[in-house]
Design a protein around this ligand. Structure first.
Ligand code: THU
Length: 159
């Protein structure tokens, strides 16, 4: 038996330690929580996706009475970017969330489906997407989607 280890480095920043550009992206994700349509979960998520040319596409979670029809904030933002700027690489994604108590204290991380969707863009463009996860107690910064989804299914065996 052999084993191997997969390391993921997560940087934990106090808000006042962040660069201006990162603060700007996080503020956009926070603002997007107010456009969330979430009458079922009462959990409002906002996402802001920065592209390599400086454009930012934004999203919020959109729910439906038929629960599986709804979509996470991250994929709303990413699919909008991919549809409107198909040839421009995404480079950073900020995520923020609020519940009945306000913005969450511990950062919310993207679900597996959103990780899978964004990882494919990361592979397609050969460019990492930094992930900025906002909480009132601080911000996690993860260097790439791949770091959030090790041992991924990347479609390379599809014929
Ligand atoms: N949600 C997101 O939009 N992004 C996440 O990263 C986690 C979960 C949404 C889906 C659903 O509308 C609500 O939050 C509760 O799961």
């Amino acid at each position: 038996m052999k084993e191997f280890h997969i390391d993921v480095t997560v940087h934990f920043f106090a808000f006042n330690e962040l660069s201006e550009a990162d603060v700007r992206l996080i503020e956009q994700a926070k603002a997007m929580t107010y456009t969330s349509y979430s009458p079922y979960s009462h959990f409002s998520v906002g996402a802001a996706l920065l592209l390599s040319d400086g454009q930012v596409f934004k999203g919020s979670n959109q729910e439906n009475a038929v629960f599986p029809v709804g979509l996470c904030a991250e994929r709303v933002a990413f699919f909008a970017a991919s549809a409107n700027a198909p040839d421009v690489a995404p480079v950073a994604l900020a995520i923020a969330a609020r519940n009945a108590d306000g913005f969450v204290s511990q950062p919310v991380t993207p679900c597996g489906s959103c990780r899978q969707a964004l990882l494919e863009a990361e592979m397609r463009f050969g460019q990492s997407v930094r992930v900025l996860l906002y909480g009132t107690e601080g911000v996690y910064i993860v260097p790439s989607m791949r770091a959030l989804l090790p041992l991924t299914f990347d479609g390379s065996e599809l014929l």
